[in-house]
Ligand binder design. Structure first.
Ligand code: NAD
Length: 331
């Protein structure tokens, strides 16, 4: 059997880095592309440092020479971060510009390859639960968002609007130029070997860091009243879903998430339980996003036979002790 070749765009990031590691362990030849190398592991066959906002650069990394094309392309590169980055308002233009330019470049480069060679890779695109309309997420008891809930559209952030535009871009290029695409909407992916400080970290990592750092009897700060709810999916399960999706015949869009809804205050209580820490929660003003968001996995169960299995507590425990180790190494 010939060795499969995969291109991971955004391979220096959290999900991309884990994906590179997974594909390598399965015998793929992998090229990873990013503005930065992965902080914790770097094991692609080839790492190319560069900026996917440049069309010429994007075209060059998609090229395997000799008229060959990658079997699989994973487009995970995006200008993104946690609530502090996405909802502050200060990064809206940059986020929209950078991410849509990357997606336009990727699709135009693949279109060129497809027209020249008559072959096309299967292209995975990572959209987000942030595309869902704000008015369907006003209640902490969110019943779970179905894929069809996306329209009429009204995402609560420009990050979400860009993702929705790019979803449509992938489907349009698929229809008009025969590029096979797989579009998934991730719901808060978390785990070890990801950003855990510096301002771009997400709630699970930020909370684990705050709890691991706090002395007994101290308090930790949580943005908003902490009753806002979300579901969180552990990274290994996200990779399982992506891989099931790639070998399916379904194009999406499809939710990849967990249905275990938790408030942010309760997320902090779970993190405290790992070392029996008794910390007060101080709820302070800060960006919180929508009031309640959960995944409805009916479609992903039916189409891919995939569902989340790991409890939030199990996944968070792995993440917590990994972040505690990082803090100890830094001390
Ligand atoms: P991440 O920020 O860790 O990874 C994204 C990577 O893209 C980064 O390493 C970054 O350097 C790279 N990148 C950004 N601009 C680039 C450019 N111009 N050229 C080359 N590389 C560039 O994020 P992640 O958590 O790994 O997310 C991966 C994808 O999944 C993103 O598209 C994100 O929007 C999407 N997503 C993630 C989540 C989540 O919970 N992590 C949820 C929904 C959607």
């Amino acid at each position: 059997m010939t060795q499969k070749r995969a291109l991971v765009l955004g391979g220096g990031g959290f999900i991309g880095g884990h994906l590179v590691k997974r594909l390598k362990s399965q015998g793929y030849w992998v090229r990873s592309v990013d503005l930065k190398e992965h902080l914790y592991f770097a094991n692609p066959d080839e790492f190319v440092l560069g900026d996917l906002r440049s069309f010429d650069f994007t075209k060059s990394v998609l090229d395997l020479s000799n008229g060959e094309v990658f079997d699989e392309v994973y487009q995970l590169a995006a200008d993104m971060g946690g609530a502090g980055y996405i909802f502050s308002g200060e990064n809206d233009a940059t986020v929209m510009h950078n991410s849509s330019q990357i997606n336009l470049n990727v699709l135009d480069a693949i279109k060129g390859l497809t027209l020249d060679s008559g072959k096309s890779p299967t292209v995975f695109y990572s959209s987000s639960a942030c595309i869902y309309p704000e008015e369907k997420q006003l209640d902490t008891e969110n019943r779970g968002l179905k894929e069809e809930d996306a329209y009429p559209a009204n995402p609560d952030s420009d990050y979400g609007w860009e993702k929705l535009f790019s979803e449509r871009l992938y489907f349009a290029y698929s229809r008009n130029f025969g590029i096979p695409v797989r579009v998934a909407r991730f719901h808060n992916i978390f785990g070890p070997e990801g950003t855990w400080d510096g301002g771009k970290e997400k709630a699970p990592a930020a909370i684990c860091r705050k709890v691991a750092n706090a002395q007994e009897g101290a308090h930790i700060e949580i943005w908003g009243d902490g009753n806002q709810t979300r579901s969180f999916l552990f990274i290994d399960e996200c990779l399982d879903a992506i891989q099931n999706f790639m070998v399916s015949n379904f194009q999406g869009p499809i939710n990849i998430g967990s249905e275990e809804l938790v408030s942010i205050n309760d997320l902090a209580h779970i993190a405290m339980s790992f070392e029996n820490k008794n910390l007060a929660i101080m709820n302070i003003a800060g960006p919180q996003g929508v009031r309640g968001r959960n995944s409805d996995n009916s479609l992903v169960r039916a189409k891919l036979g995939w569902d989340y299995k790991l409890s939030l507590e199990e996944g968070l425990k792995i993440t917590y002790f990994w972040i505690r180790d990082q803090l100890q190494k830094k001390a």
